[in-house]
Design a protein around this ligand. Sequence first.
Ligand SMILES: C[S@@+](CC[C@H](N)C(=O)[O-])C[C@H]1O[C@@H](n2cnc3c(N)ncnc32)[C@H](O)[C@@H]1O
Length: 276
Amino acid sequence: MPTNEQAPVPVIDTSVASVARVYDALLGGKDNYEVDRVVYRSVLEASPEAPRTATAIRQWLVRVVRWLAGPAGMDQFLDLGSGLPTVENTHEVAQRVNPDARVVYVDNDPVVSAHGRALLEENDRTHFVEMDLTEPERVLAHPAVTENLDLERPFVLMQCNTLHHLMDDENPYQIMKTYVDALPSGSYAALCHFWDPAEENAEFSAFARDMEQRLTGSTMGSGRFRTRQEIRSYLDGLELVEPGLVMLHEWWPEGPRLEPLTNMDQVFLSGVAQKP
Ligand SMILES: C[S@@+](CC[C@H](N)C(=O)[O-])C[C@H]1O[C@@H](n2cnc3c(N)ncnc32)[C@H](O)[C@@H]1O
């Protein structure tokens, strides 16, 4: 099993909610504390079916990775903000399609690191590094990344449900631009982001604004719902593949939808784009 010599001793702050642990609660996991469940319950108050959306996000991720590892021929994945291991993780999906696919996970949450490392580092093609994704130059130069991925060859940059946890003063646009600039031609970026459909749907825009206040006003302290234009700007310099920047269920669904959309389903935009 690969090792990561840089692994710090985990320091888990249970006085404030963490994004990874709240998301774990929404996915029905056990790696969360009461402080996280306070945020979870606030989300449920506004959107009782939010756990279904969390599941829909993971189903979207599976469809995206399966396509990238299969028809798109990608065999290297840099998964930023991997989250706690769940039912289907990027490496499981990619390596089922292509056993040689290599995946490096990056997350800065010590619980993800402590509980996730063993499971995510299942084989010599799967690695985890505890780092802050807001430091793209450091991430892209880290030995766990450079020794396991060939960044001179096309790779997949996964930025799924991460940038909305960066507030505007953290300059998520510039951070993403640095990653996109580093992509060799032929690479892909996969993006999923909280959406404020202000120009398209007043009802769901109001819902997004309320949810943003619940999240940013909680001890978790982040969760920005951005406009379509802002989200599209994270993919500047890339060409969106069909069907473009769409709601989760619209990105190549498995088949007819059997359940109605939740309000939470309607405030996410997702897409995959390629570097020309
Ligand atoms: C909502 S989860 C998404 C997990 C997974 N990407 C998905 O879409 O299902 C966001 C993850 O990003 C991580 N994250 C948030 N900010 C981060 C940062 N600055 N550096 C590294 N990871 C971060 C959190 O710890 C969390 O695990």
